[in-house]
Design a protein around this ligand. Structure first.
Ligand code: NAP
Length: 450
């Protein structure tokens, strides 16, 4: 008898969970990875910046997992719309929720909902060609924009705003988005940190890239780059050194300029019909808390991108803590036969690889809980041999029948391969890099449904 597991979400957490199951389980296994979109890889496809090709190459590794004989991909199937938790518990022995953190956090300041004040997550989805984000969602018609936050997402967003379309031609940015980036009128990008350079969340490698842009100068104010890092980690010392070196160098007349700011917090977004300016207040730390000094500055920006962290979205019928914005769990266990992994489990922290050990912990819990029912498991034992029946074991019929009865036709892994092939062909026809993403569900459907 096989252990049947449904994984909800095909981003890194979901696929690492599938991998951990195939490696740890010593019983025959059937893993279905259910995904709302027609495409796998979640944040690797729709969150990692298009010019970060080495991080994006993780998709090659994840692909190997999806192609394991025990694993099946079912795209276009949404929890809460096409199936509910009761259906899943009826069709599978266990369910693992891995839907990540898809929404932005808010700043709760006046003007936050003005047109032109946008979530960095939306902007990231836009340039990554997420099907929820049409090409005309962003018009870069303001000479100055502000990005709030000094984490790695802010650095990605700033870099994409600062690069020329030519620098992004070889990436997989959808052609319509590239055209809009080429028409960008942005000249100055302000990146705003509410604390000091020693508190910034970006990593050194990512920060350094901002100093190497062909099209943009970087400016840091000398007085804002001062920090005592004698007791700080190497990473923080490195960040501060780089920022201080930028503070010491002059502008070279490049067409765009990055203003990296510290000790400034946004207090209001100003404008009548859309964003016209951003009001900042200088800050200092009082007992470790960010506190306003009463000294204000107004930036004449036409767009504000909030890059102050992601948050998870509650799943219908699944427990959720509004305090931690995660699914409450013990080492991945949510309730009987329900588990969680990734950002939905621990919050939006860490690099993609962090999800591997996170998923492994959840799978250990799952196998230890279910071992009595399925003949035992020993994580230290060698992997179970691949099933002889290829990628379509018969017992999966229950979910397939249920979906068919509801008129839901899942996007198969083979369909996904057709989408990939169409993206490679598109890149060739446009004389661009390895692939160019298809934009929108209709274009994807055309790629596999002919
Ligand atoms: P993050 O690292 O948590 O950074 C959030 C930033 O927003 C911090 O600077 C934070 O400042 C600031 N912030 C929060 N609330 C604010 C407010 N109300 N007003 C002003 N500033 C505020 O989040 P992230 O950049 O979204 O990244 C999420 C995760 O993805 C991280 O683990 C990141 O490393 C990872 N990631 C990695 C890469 C890469 O490896 N290349 C790329 C993208 C993302 P405080 O510190 O003062 O709270």
């Amino acid at each position: 008898m096989s252990l049947r597991v449904a994984i909800i979400g095909s981003g890194p957490a979901g696929i690492y969970t599938a991998e951990a199951l195939t490696k740890q389980a010593v019983v025959p296994l059937e893993v279905d990875v259910l995904e709302r979109l027609p495409t796998p890889y979640g944040l690797v496809r729709y969150g990692v910046a298009p010019d970060h090709t080495s991080i994006k190459s993780i998709a090659g590794y994840l692909r190997g997992v999806l192609e394991s004989p025990q694993v099946r991909f079912l795209g276009g199937v949404e929890l809460g719309k096409d199936v509910d938790v009761a259906d899943l518990l009826d069709c599978y022995d266990a369910v693992v929720y891995c839907t990540g953190a898809m929404l932005d956090r808010r700043m709760d300041i006046p003007g936050e909902d003005l047109p032109g004040s946008v979530a960095a997550t939306d902007f990231v989805n836009w340039y990554c060609g997420h099907p929820d984000m049409p090409a005309d969602r962003f018009v870069l018609d303001s000479p100055e924009v502000a990005v709030i936050g000094v984490g790695n997402v802010a650095v990605d967003v700033v870099r994409i705003l600062a690069k020329t379309a030519d620098e992004l031609r070889a990436t997989d940015v959808p052609e319509d988005v590239l055209t809009r980036l080429a028409a960008s009128e942005v000249k100055v990008v302000h990146m705003i940190g509410r604390r000091g350079p020693e508190h910034a969340k970006f990593t050194l490698k990512e920060l350094r890239e901002l100093g190497e842009l062909a099209n943009a100068d970087v400016r840091v104010r000398r007085e804002e780059s001062v920090a005592d890092v004698s007791a700080a980690s190497r990473q923080i010392r490195g960040n501060v050194e780089v920022l201080q070196s930028w503070a010491a160098r002059g502008l070279t007349g490049r067409p765009r300029r990055l203003e990296v700011r510290f000790w400034m917090r946004p207090v209001e977004i100003l404008g009548e019909e859309r964003v016209e300016a951003l009001r900042l207040e200088r800050t200092r730390l009082v007992d470790g808390r960010v506190t306003g000094t009463g000294e204000f500055e107004t930036l004449p920006v036409g767009m504000v991108l909030r890059s102050v962290g992601y948050r998870s979205v509650p799943l219908p019928g699944v427990p959720f803590s509004e305090t931690t914005m995660t699914v409450p769990n013990e080492a991945g266990r949510v309730r009987d036969r329900e588990y969680v992994a990734g950002w939905l489990k621990r919050g939006p922290t860490g690099v993609i690889g962090t999800n591997k050990s996170d998923a492994a912990e959840t799978v250990r819990t799952l196998l230890s809980d279910l071992s009595d029912r399925y003949g035992g498991s020993d994580p230290s034992a060698p992997s179970a041999p691949a099933g002889p029946s290829g990628r379509e074991p018969a017992r999966r019929a229950k979910l397939d029948d249920l979906l068919a009865a509801r008129g839901v036709t899942p996007v198969t892994y083979e369909h996904w391969l057709s989408i990939e092939a169409a993206e490679v062909a598109l890149a060739r026809s446009l004389d661009r890099g390895e692939r160019v993403k298809l934009l929108g569900l209709a274009a994807m459907r055309t790629a596999y449904d002919h």
